[in-house]
Design a protein around this ligand. Structure first.
Ligand SMILES: Nc1ncnc2c1ncn2[C@@H]1O[C@H](COP(=O)(O)OP(=O)(O)OP(=O)(O)O)[C@@H](O)[C@H]1O
Length: 477
């Protein structure tokens, strides 16, 4: 199997844990130019191999360096993240790192501020949560990490992942004080949160900026014990007229804290150089902030297939039905633009309601038809999402409220019933599918457009560097 030189190297491998699937690795040794093939169902420590080569002063080839990218998440996080969190992480199925995790975690563990700029569904949430668990101390009753999110829905999701990672070990032998995570979100019970913050502050707070600002103004929440601030979907928050002044205020206050680390995350950071410059200029980050930009030439996941169908305004509902009947999606999201003020004033029903009514009357398939839109109350919105998460297949009819950050990994198809208003909106809507980092499964984004919208879609294609194929109407009707 290996030459004598290679065999020496083989002895330095460490078998650590069961590997998720059998793997074959091929290493090139230079200058002797011999190959070593490892077919193994065990997880070897690529780090050990790496250091063994280094100590032997054997020059590393590009190929070897590439193969050393096969470090597991545990290996990357070892010595930083507590062992029981790593155990939970693996139980939850996070074994190998995604690209953004591999690139960003070493930067984050070294204490740098960071802009996490990577495709939708690439695992940015786990990246910043692992940083948080590497820094905070559960024995200290003080808010040490704050994650700011744009919507209540995303806040609930992030809180859930944070709590799952921090769950107490099952093994009673392992003594571990558990981490506490508070969701301080719009529509929540602020009075209860106030008492909680005063009595025994949680270690981590996940907040929407509105609720957070109230607590900051009343000085119930203080930033002085904080070590890490994460702003998720940062471009959205900066672009929102309701949120921008509060986030700027927060960042300015936080800039005077000692020992701070700041992380901004999003799949889209328009004019990122300008943003980076502003961050340093305004002291929102330290001067050596790192921009981790994964896959900049491909801003959308490559497993997505983009299509469009041209039809008349009155044919859209029937066309949507034909598409659903021919595609047979496992689960889908139908995105609709928000109702215009003009249409509201004219007393017209919103498009979401019209689609729901139409589908309930004519769609005979097995998928659950569910509505999610901004003007529903918080309880109904939560009920819709929990219904979708129960599994069994969904057709979620939604406005852009579901376009940012929401993780429904079973979604196979996106239908843009209305074309999104900007390329960035397109990217985030499309990114609600193709959310299984290690899957090759193709997912589809279908745009139902009027002929005069073709050039707008073409503009999105140029901006986001993707190709949209035309589906011919006759084949569907
Ligand atoms: N290392 C990993 N191994 C397997 N699955 C992972 C890993 N990291 C993350 N995931 C899964 O990938 C999916 C997407 O992760 P996440 O929601 O963090 O994406 P994101 O980068 O924040 O996307 P968006 O920009 O759309 O918010 C989730 O279902 C998550 O559980």
């Amino acid at each position: 199997m290996a030459s004598s030189t290679s065999a020496t190297v083989l002895l330095s491998l460490t078998i650590t844990a069961p590997y998720p699937k059998p793997t074959t690795c091929r290493f090139l040794l230079q200058p002797r130019n011999r190959y070593l093939n490892l077919s193994s169902s065990a997880n070897f420590s690529a780090k050990a191999l790496f250091s063994s080569y280094n100590s032997n002063s054997v020059p590393l080839t590009k190929e070897l360096e590439t193969n050393c990218n096969s470090l597991t998440l545990r290996e990357i996080c070892q010595d930083h993240v507590p062992d029981h969190v790593l155990g939970r992480m693996e139980e939850l199925g996070y074994v190998m790192p995604t690209d953004v995790q591999r690139e960003a975690l070493p930067v984050l563990f070294s204490g740098n501020d960071c802009i996490l700029h990577a495709q939708t569904g690439s695992g940015k949430t786990l990246t910043y949560l692992l940083l948080i668990y590497s820094v905070i101390n559960p024995k200290r009753s003080a808010v040490q990490a704050l994650i700011v999110v744009p919507t209540r829905e995303l806040g609930m999701q992030v809180t859930k992942v944070a709590r799952m990672l921090a769950a107490k070990p099952m093994d009673p032998e392992v003594e571990q004080k558990s981490y506490t995570v508070m969701a301080l979100l719009d529509g929540g019970m602020l009075r209860r949160h106030k008492s909680w913050l005063k009595a025994e502050p949680p270690n981590i707070v996940v907040a929407t900026i509105g609720s957070l600002s109230q607590m900051l103004e009343k000085q119930i929440f203080k930033l002085d014990s904080m070590r890490i601030l994460v702003v998720d979907e940062v471009d959205f928050i900066f672009n929102s007229s309701k949120q921008v002044s509060s986030i700027r205020k927060l960042l300015t206050s936080y800039s005077s804290c000692n020992n701070r680390q700041t992380v901004f995350a999003s799949a889209s950071i328009p004019q990122h150089r300008r943003f980076l410059h502003d961050c340093i200029q305004q002291k929102w980050t330290k001067g050596d902030v790192v921009h981790v930009h994964v896959n900049p030439v491909k801003p959308m996941p490559s497993c997505l297939l983009h299509r469009f169908v041209i039809c008349g305004r009155k044919e859209k509902h029937r066309l949507l039905l034909s598409l659903l009947q021919s595609d047979l999606p496992e689960s889908g999201i139908i995105f609709v633009n928000e109702q215009s003020e003009k249409s509201k004033k004219a007393g017209k029903a919103p498009s979401t309601t019209l689609i729901i009514d139409f589908l309930k009357a004519s769609y005979g398939g097995s998928l659950e038809i569910i509505l999610l839109e901004d003007n529903m109350n918080f309880n109904s919105r939560a009920a819709s999402l929990s219904e979708v998460r129960q599994g069994g297949g969904h057709l979620l009819v939604s406005t852009d409220i579901a376009a940012r950050g929401i993780d429904l990994p079973e979604t196979t198809d996106i239908y843009n019933f209305d074309l999104p208003k900007t390329a960035i909106d397109y990217l985030h809507r499309a990114g609600r599918t193709g959310r299984k980092p290690f899957s090759d499964k193709k997912c589809t984004v279908t745009n139902i457009i009027l002929s005069e919208e073709r050039f707008v879609l073409q503009r999105y294609e140029n901006e986001l560097m993707f190709n949209c194929e035309e589906l011919i109407l006759e084949t569907l009707c």
